[in-house]
Design a protein around this ligand. Structure first.
Ligand code: SF4
Ligand code: SF4
Length: 241
Protein backbone atom coordinates (compact mmCIF):
# COMPACT_ATOMS: atom_id res chain seq x y z
CA UNK A 1 0.00 0.00 0.00
CA UNK A 2 1.10 3.55 -0.51
CA UNK A 3 -0.19 6.91 0.70
CA UNK A 4 -0.51 9.80 -1.73
CA UNK A 5 1.37 12.41 0.28
CA UNK A 6 -0.12 15.30 -1.67
CA UNK A 7 -3.64 14.14 -0.75
CA UNK A 8 -3.12 12.86 2.80
CA UNK A 9 -4.34 15.29 5.49
CA UNK A 10 -2.50 13.47 8.29
CA UNK A 11 -5.60 12.52 10.28
CA UNK A 12 -4.01 9.17 11.23
CA UNK A 13 -7.30 7.27 10.99
CA UNK A 14 -5.80 4.59 8.76
CA UNK A 15 -3.01 3.65 11.15
CA UNK A 16 -4.95 1.53 13.69
CA UNK A 17 -6.34 -0.56 10.83
CA UNK A 18 -2.93 -1.87 9.84
CA UNK A 19 -2.23 -5.23 11.52
CA UNK A 20 1.42 -4.99 10.52
CA UNK A 21 1.98 -1.60 12.15
CA UNK A 22 3.34 -0.45 8.80
CA UNK A 23 1.74 3.01 8.64
CA UNK A 24 3.47 5.82 10.49
CA UNK A 25 3.70 9.60 10.52
CA UNK A 26 6.38 11.46 8.64
CA UNK A 27 6.20 15.24 8.26
CA UNK A 28 2.61 15.20 9.56
CA UNK A 29 1.47 12.80 6.81
CA UNK A 30 1.05 9.04 6.87
CA UNK A 31 3.62 6.85 5.16
CA UNK A 32 3.64 3.08 4.58
CA UNK A 33 6.79 1.13 5.38
CA UNK A 34 7.09 -0.94 2.20
CA UNK A 35 9.09 -3.67 3.94
CA UNK A 36 6.56 -4.20 6.72
CA UNK A 37 3.43 -3.88 4.56
CA UNK A 38 2.24 -7.30 3.39
CA UNK A 39 -0.43 -5.87 1.05
CA UNK A 40 -3.39 -7.28 2.96
CA UNK A 41 -5.53 -4.35 1.81
CA UNK A 42 -7.20 -3.93 5.22
CA UNK A 43 -6.49 -0.20 5.42
CA UNK A 44 -7.96 0.40 1.96
CA UNK A 45 -11.02 -1.82 2.44
CA UNK A 46 -11.80 -0.11 5.75
CA UNK A 47 -12.81 2.95 3.73
CA UNK A 48 -11.61 5.08 6.62
CA UNK A 49 -9.52 7.53 4.61
CA UNK A 50 -11.58 10.71 4.12
CA UNK A 51 -9.60 11.87 1.09
CA UNK A 52 -8.94 8.61 -0.79
CA UNK A 53 -5.18 8.85 -0.23
CA UNK A 54 -4.54 5.11 0.17
CA UNK A 55 -3.71 3.26 -3.05
CA UNK A 56 -2.23 -0.04 -4.09
CA UNK A 57 1.30 0.48 -5.44
CA UNK A 58 1.97 -0.12 -9.15
CA UNK A 59 4.10 -3.19 -8.33
CA UNK A 60 1.50 -4.96 -6.16
CA UNK A 61 1.02 -7.66 -8.82
CA UNK A 62 4.67 -7.84 -9.84
CA UNK A 63 6.65 -10.95 -8.92
CA UNK A 64 7.92 -11.47 -6.25
CA UNK A 65 6.01 -8.73 -4.35
CA UNK A 66 2.73 -10.15 -5.68
CA UNK A 67 3.10 -13.03 -3.22
CA UNK A 68 2.40 -10.58 -0.40
CA UNK A 69 -1.05 -9.88 -1.75
CA UNK A 70 -1.85 -13.47 -2.74
CA UNK A 71 -1.03 -14.76 0.73
CA UNK A 72 -2.38 -11.82 2.74
CA UNK A 73 -5.43 -10.35 1.01
CA UNK A 74 -8.41 -12.72 1.39
CA UNK A 75 -10.13 -11.06 -1.56
CA UNK A 76 -7.30 -11.82 -3.99
CA UNK A 77 -7.09 -14.96 -6.09
CA UNK A 78 -3.79 -16.80 -5.78
CA UNK A 79 -2.05 -17.01 -9.16
CA UNK A 80 -0.82 -20.57 -8.48
CA UNK A 81 -3.92 -22.20 -7.00
CA UNK A 82 -6.53 -20.13 -8.85
CA UNK A 83 -8.52 -19.80 -5.61
CA UNK A 84 -8.70 -17.34 -2.75
CA UNK A 85 -6.69 -18.06 0.38
CA UNK A 86 -3.27 -19.44 1.25
CA UNK A 87 -3.87 -23.15 0.98
CA UNK A 88 -5.48 -25.75 -1.22
CA UNK A 89 -9.10 -26.12 -2.19
CA UNK A 90 -11.39 -28.47 -0.25
CA UNK A 91 -9.11 -28.70 2.77
CA UNK A 92 -12.04 -27.91 5.07
CA UNK A 93 -14.55 -30.29 3.51
CA UNK A 94 -13.07 -33.64 4.38
CA UNK A 95 -16.46 -34.85 5.59
CA UNK A 96 -17.49 -35.04 1.93
CA UNK A 97 -14.23 -35.31 -0.02
CA UNK A 98 -12.41 -37.82 2.20
CA UNK A 99 -9.22 -36.19 1.02
CA UNK A 100 -7.61 -37.36 4.27
CA UNK A 101 -8.63 -41.01 4.15
CA UNK A 102 -8.57 -43.91 6.61
CA UNK A 103 -5.07 -44.51 7.95
CA UNK A 104 -3.91 -41.02 7.00
CA UNK A 105 -3.43 -37.70 8.76
CA UNK A 106 -3.41 -34.21 7.36
CA UNK A 107 -0.80 -31.89 8.85
CA UNK A 108 -0.81 -28.13 8.43
CA UNK A 109 1.63 -25.59 9.80
CA UNK A 110 0.06 -22.12 9.78
CA UNK A 111 2.73 -19.50 10.35
CA UNK A 112 2.17 -15.82 11.04
CA UNK A 113 -1.34 -15.98 12.44
CA UNK A 114 -3.02 -14.18 14.14
CA UNK A 115 -2.02 -11.01 12.27
CA UNK A 116 1.62 -10.97 13.38
CA UNK A 117 2.83 -11.66 9.86
CA UNK A 118 5.93 -13.52 8.81
CA UNK A 119 8.93 -13.40 6.54
CA UNK A 120 9.17 -16.15 3.95
CA UNK A 121 12.55 -17.10 5.43
CA UNK A 122 10.51 -18.82 8.15
CA UNK A 123 8.95 -21.06 5.50
CA UNK A 124 12.43 -21.97 4.33
CA UNK A 125 13.51 -22.88 7.87
CA UNK A 126 10.68 -25.42 7.98
CA UNK A 127 11.08 -26.77 4.44
CA UNK A 128 14.82 -27.18 5.06
CA UNK A 129 14.22 -29.03 8.33
CA UNK A 130 11.69 -31.31 6.66
CA UNK A 131 14.07 -31.97 3.74
CA UNK A 132 16.99 -32.70 6.11
CA UNK A 133 14.86 -35.41 7.67
CA UNK A 134 13.83 -36.85 4.32
CA UNK A 135 10.29 -35.49 4.54
CA UNK A 136 9.08 -34.27 1.18
CA UNK A 137 5.32 -34.58 1.37
CA UNK A 138 4.00 -31.05 0.86
CA UNK A 139 0.66 -31.11 -0.95
CA UNK A 140 1.30 -30.77 -4.71
CA UNK A 141 -1.33 -28.00 -5.05
CA UNK A 142 -0.14 -26.02 -2.05
CA UNK A 143 1.36 -22.70 -3.25
CA UNK A 144 4.47 -23.28 -1.12
CA UNK A 145 5.47 -26.01 -3.57
CA UNK A 146 5.90 -23.52 -6.40
CA UNK A 147 8.23 -21.48 -4.18
CA UNK A 148 10.70 -24.29 -3.57
CA UNK A 149 13.91 -24.16 -5.61
CA UNK A 150 15.32 -27.54 -4.57
CA UNK A 151 13.11 -30.20 -2.95
CA UNK A 152 16.20 -32.09 -1.76
CA UNK A 153 17.44 -29.19 0.37
CA UNK A 154 14.13 -27.40 0.98
CA UNK A 155 15.67 -24.15 -0.31
CA UNK A 156 13.19 -21.54 -1.53
CA UNK A 157 13.79 -19.42 -4.62
CA UNK A 158 16.20 -16.73 -3.36
CA UNK A 159 14.21 -13.79 -4.73
CA UNK A 160 11.38 -14.69 -2.31
CA UNK A 161 13.29 -14.68 0.95
CA UNK A 162 12.84 -10.99 1.79
CA UNK A 163 9.10 -11.01 1.13
CA UNK A 164 6.62 -10.77 4.02
CA UNK A 165 3.08 -12.11 4.18
CA UNK A 166 0.26 -12.13 6.71
CA UNK A 167 0.49 -15.90 6.98
CA UNK A 168 1.29 -19.00 4.98
CA UNK A 169 0.37 -22.62 5.43
CA UNK A 170 2.38 -25.75 4.75
CA UNK A 171 0.02 -28.68 4.14
CA UNK A 172 0.91 -32.36 4.12
CA UNK A 173 -1.00 -35.60 3.81
CA UNK A 174 0.81 -38.70 5.13
CA UNK A 175 0.23 -42.17 6.53
CA UNK A 176 -0.56 -42.03 10.25
CA UNK A 177 2.59 -43.86 11.28
CA UNK A 178 4.71 -40.98 9.97
CA UNK A 179 3.10 -38.43 12.29
CA UNK A 180 5.68 -38.79 15.13
CA UNK A 181 8.72 -38.12 12.91
CA UNK A 182 7.08 -35.09 11.30
CA UNK A 183 5.99 -33.61 14.62
CA UNK A 184 9.49 -34.16 15.99
CA UNK A 185 10.98 -32.30 13.03
CA UNK A 186 8.57 -29.41 13.51
CA UNK A 187 9.37 -29.33 17.22
CA UNK A 188 13.09 -29.08 16.50
CA UNK A 189 12.72 -26.12 14.15
CA UNK A 190 10.53 -24.01 16.46
CA UNK A 191 13.43 -22.12 18.15
CA UNK A 192 14.53 -20.86 14.73
CA UNK A 193 11.17 -19.28 13.83
CA UNK A 194 10.62 -15.53 14.10
CA UNK A 195 6.83 -15.72 14.15
CA UNK A 196 3.96 -17.59 15.75
CA UNK A 197 2.35 -20.68 14.27
CA UNK A 198 -0.52 -23.07 14.71
CA UNK A 199 -0.14 -26.76 14.06
CA UNK A 200 -3.14 -28.64 12.65
CA UNK A 201 -3.49 -32.41 12.69
CA UNK A 202 -6.57 -33.70 10.86
CA UNK A 203 -7.96 -37.21 10.89
CA UNK A 204 -11.13 -39.14 10.26
CA UNK A 205 -12.84 -40.25 13.45
CA UNK A 206 -13.41 -43.92 14.05
CA UNK A 207 -16.72 -45.58 14.97
CA UNK A 208 -17.98 -44.15 18.24
CA UNK A 209 -16.47 -40.78 17.27
CA UNK A 210 -13.12 -41.73 18.76
CA UNK A 211 -9.75 -40.37 17.66
CA UNK A 212 -7.57 -43.08 16.09
CA UNK A 213 -5.05 -44.60 18.47
CA UNK A 214 -1.65 -42.97 18.71
CA UNK A 215 -2.50 -39.55 17.31
CA UNK A 216 -2.96 -37.69 20.58
CA UNK A 217 0.02 -39.49 22.11
CA UNK A 218 2.22 -38.43 19.17
CA UNK A 219 1.13 -34.81 19.66
CA UNK A 220 1.70 -34.87 23.41
CA UNK A 221 5.03 -36.69 23.12
CA UNK A 222 6.42 -33.63 21.36
CA UNK A 223 5.11 -31.28 24.03
CA UNK A 224 2.24 -29.85 22.01
CA UNK A 225 -1.10 -29.28 23.67
CA UNK A 226 -4.18 -30.03 21.60
CA UNK A 227 -7.83 -29.20 21.42
CA UNK A 228 -10.54 -30.46 19.10
CA UNK A 229 -11.43 -27.98 16.39
CA UNK A 230 -14.19 -28.14 13.82
CA UNK A 231 -12.38 -26.16 11.15
CA UNK A 232 -14.59 -27.54 8.44
CA UNK A 233 -17.28 -26.27 6.13
CA UNK A 234 -19.64 -29.13 6.90
CA UNK A 235 -21.57 -30.29 3.84
CA UNK A 236 -20.17 -27.72 1.41
CA UNK A 237 -17.54 -29.90 -0.23
CA UNK A 238 -17.50 -31.61 -3.60
CA UNK A 239 -17.25 -35.37 -3.69
CA UNK A 240 -13.83 -36.54 -4.93
CA UNK A 241 -13.66 -38.74 -8.05
S1 SF4 B 1 -2.10 -3.16 3.07
FE1 SF4 B 1 -2.24 -4.16 5.10
S2 SF4 B 1 -0.13 -4.29 5.82
FE2 SF4 B 1 -0.15 -2.77 4.14
S3 SF4 B 1 -0.43 -0.80 5.12
FE3 SF4 B 1 -2.49 -1.52 4.57
S4 SF4 B 1 -3.23 -2.62 6.39
FE4 SF4 B 1 -1.00 -2.36 6.61
S1 SF4 C 1 -6.66 8.13 6.67
FE1 SF4 C 1 -6.01 9.01 4.71
S2 SF4 C 1 -5.73 11.19 5.16
FE2 SF4 C 1 -5.80 10.13 7.14
S3 SF4 C 1 -3.63 9.72 7.61
FE3 SF4 C 1 -4.43 7.91 6.54
S4 SF4 C 1 -3.93 8.25 4.37
FE4 SF4 C 1 -3.74 10.22 5.41
Amino acid sequence: MIVFKETCVGCGRCQPYCPAGAIYFEDCRSVVDQDRCYECGTCLRSGVCPVDALREPPNVYEYPRALRKYFSDPTSTHAVTGIQGRGTEESKTNDVTLRIGPGEVGIAIEIGRPTLGMGLRDIQKITRALARNGINDIEPNNPINSMILDPLTGDLKPELLDERVLSAIIEMQVRRERLPEILQTIRQVIPELDSVFTLDVATLLEPGLTIPAGILAAIEDQGFSWRPNAKINMGFGRVSE
